[in-house]
Ligand binder design. Sequence first.
Ligand SMILES: [Zn+2]
Length: 332
Amino acid sequence: MTLDEIQGQNHAIGLLRRAIANGRLAHAFVFAGPAGVGKRATALAIARSVLCPEKPGVGCGSCIDCRLVGAGSHPDLFIEDLAAAQAERATASMLSIEQIRRVCGSLALRPVRGSAKVGIVDQAERLTAEAQNALLKTLEEPRGRATLVLVTSNLDGLLPTIRSRCQRLLFAPLADALVATLLEREGVAADLARRAAALAGGSLDRARELTSEEGWARCEDLRSRLERVDRLGVPERLDLAAELSPRGERNRTQQALTTATVLELFRDQMVAAARDAGPAAGPDGDYDRLAAARRAHRRLAKVYASVRDVERNANANLAWDKLLLGLGDLRA
Ligand SMILES: [Zn+2]
């Protein structure tokens, strides 16, 4: 993908295009924003724009340099991420200091094919403090035409000394309509694309996951079991809570889909209860229906609080346990 083809990030792309056109591309960036909104694709598009000899400043997308960038094997492009860490050590959950030394060392050398070099560190929030400190020298003493892009979905995971030495670009969640359009372009049926986009919180990756047969079936199954939560005893609730918690780090997308599904269900229930209660708030109202609407409202508040805990990386297991057991208190 070239910079022109990145969608839904006009602010970031406009800024980068102007900087490249003026020959003033920063030596170091932090791309921050939710997962699956085009941060890494934009970092790769920068690589194309500075390494492509056919359409300099933009990238043609089809010459040998652009294709090497796409394959991640251009000799002037260096990418490090968690997958690379796990290729070296299967159980790795953080990027290693060796990876950072590799990128920094490579950026300091002369370009092989072109006149510039690009380094990308994805999931930069998974750099240890030691690894981040190893980055400082490169950030403080940039050499030649080298650009380093740190990509992260959690800006707070980076040390202040790192953040202050990089130009920060914030990437927004994508609009639901854009996510749906992009899914349709990939061959997803319009109806499924629309529903998946509504659940995906502006992340194309999550939406894609949802449209996979397995992802969609899991969400539907979860929803139907949560709808019956009032009828479940304590052991079944704890089982269900355990299923809501992801096992292992690679399940971040799955966790996001789970919380989106939980929120969607309880929001739907509250909207339905409020509609049922209608103008019942008046003196002639149906107090049972009004009480049901209030209950649905309180329930949604609890759900929001739990989701917030999960998203703040509190103990997810505990947060879901608390929620599912707590919902029982509200049984009519
Ligand atoms: Zn090209």
